[in-house]
Design a protein around this ligand. Structure first.
Ligand code: UDP
Length: 396
């Protein structure tokens, strides 16, 4: 009997969040006998990416090692397209999976499109409505949507953005975000605060977890965020700030020059994924400009103040799980004080569940890929799609 030809799927990742969000999908795909996977790393953010690969036991088949000091977005894009072109020629996949909105994702998608290799976009349809915020991610996502064959929208909000841009409905599958799958794969093991954090803080004090590294915040906005942190530890004497600081020197210089020395402010190296999630679970408040963190915190009912002008993740705002505060010192302090002073609200938030996913996004994506490869439409039935009960779910 003739053996059935395997579906060859390549996936490309270049940064920490892409690897975290692609990991559960790759694990699921590699368990399907009719699928063969091939993982490409562009190494856009090298050290933080390595940490995730080792945590999820992923070994890239190829590493383009693109990370160099002070390179421009065009340097990364040019090198990624060139490298991806060569790899796609060698691997000749039936589908290239890209995740999110980085230069790696866009360059990978364009390289595949130019070779007429179908592109599957994981986390498709997020939109802030402002091309310069987040920059360059908003443009990257829109560009990928224009050339993708399969659009894996995490929520109905994302799906509706794609529909309003004229993306054919048959190519869109509403899956939930794979970041929640990654989280669910570890939550039962997350118990205590990581050793490194619990050693630094006083028992029973409340934790504010901070991450801030976005390009739009480099310089004064980041200094203003730091000023708010300085103020919060003076206003609340039972609060400890844990700030795992990004490796980028443009971030480090500002933070080290703006944060005061204080025994309840802990600037630490980036935590590994497990320790970061453990810290998040035990936090009373998260201040962050990260996309992934906005999607993770609702699982633990931890409120998030978004340190950005806009967000492409309004799902949590709609159900009061997060709030946009930007980078203005006064506004951050005011909103954080409100949350820290209202323990009832925190209990209420904890009941809302996660509007970004239910831990089954990868399963839905795999089912849709198999249907697509067999020419079966729709790729996923409506009643199998991800729906968050608390939100309106019209097809727009
Ligand atoms: N994260 C981590 N260690 C840290 C800070 C964040 O593992 O010290 C994880 C976090 O759980 C989330 C992801 O990194 O899944 C977010 O990455 P980042 O903020 O770099 O990117 P963004 O989400 O803004 O694209």
């Amino acid at each position: 009997m003739q053996q059935q030809k395997k579906i060859k799927i390549s996936a490309v990742v270049g940064t920490r969040p892409e690897a975290i969000k692609m990991a559960p999908l790759l694990q699921g795909l590699s368990a399907v006998p009719s699928i063969e996977t091939h993982l490409i790393s562009t190494g856009q953010h090298h050290s933080q990416l390595e940490q995730v690969f080792s945590f999820f036991e992923l070994t890239p088949d190829v590493d383009l090692k693109l990370m160099k000091k002070n390179q421009s977005l065009n340097d990364i894009a040019y090198k990624a397209i060139k490298g991806m072109d060569r790899l796609l020629e060698q691997a000749d996949p039936d589908l290239l999976l890209v995740q999110g909105d980085t230069t790696t994702a866009f360059a990978g998608a364009l390289a595949a499109f130019n070779r007429q290799t179908p592109v599957g976009h994981v986390e498709a349809g997020l939109r802030s409505g402002d091309l310069m915020n987040p920059y360059p991610e908003e443009a990257n996502r829109k560009l990928i949507s224009a050339i993708a064959t399969l659009n894996f929208a995490p929520t109905y909000v994302a799906r509706n953005h794609l529909l309003s841009e004229g993306i054919p409905p048959s190519t869109i599958v509403t899956t939930g975000n794979t970041v929640v799958d990654a989280l669910y794969s570890i939550t039962s093991k997350v118990t205590d605060l990581p050793e490194e954090v619990s050693r630094a803080i006083t028992n029973h004090n409340r934790v504010i977890l901070v991450t801030a590294h976005r390009r739009e915040s480099w310089g004064k906005p980041l200094a203003d965020i730091c000023a708010a942190i300085n103020e919060l530890v003076y206003l609340f004497n039972d609060v400890e700030v844990v700030f795992p600081i990004h490796k980028n020197p443009k971030v480090r210089d500002v933070v080290f020059n703006s944060i005061v020395e204080h025994k309840r402010i802990h600037i630490i190296e980036p935590l590994n994924y497990f320790d970061f999630i453990s810290t998040m679970k035990h936090s009373s408040l998260v201040l962050s400009d990260s996309g992934g963190v906005q999607e993770e915190a609702p699982t633990f009912g931890v409120p998030v103040l978004v340190l950005r002008k806009t967000t492409e993740r309004p799902e949590a705002l709609t159900v009061n799980l997060s709030n946009i505060v930007g980078t203005n010192t006064e506004k951050i302090v005011k909103q954080a004080s409100k949350i820290l002073g209202d323990t009832q609200r925190a209990a209420q938030i904890a009941k809302s569940g996660n509007p970004f996913g239910d831990g089954r996004a990868s399963k839905r994506i795999i089912k849709a890929i198999l249907a697509w490869s067999n020419g079966k439409v729709p790729y996923l039935n409506e009643d199998e799609s991800f729906v968050y009960a608390e939100l309106e779910t019209s097809d727009g």
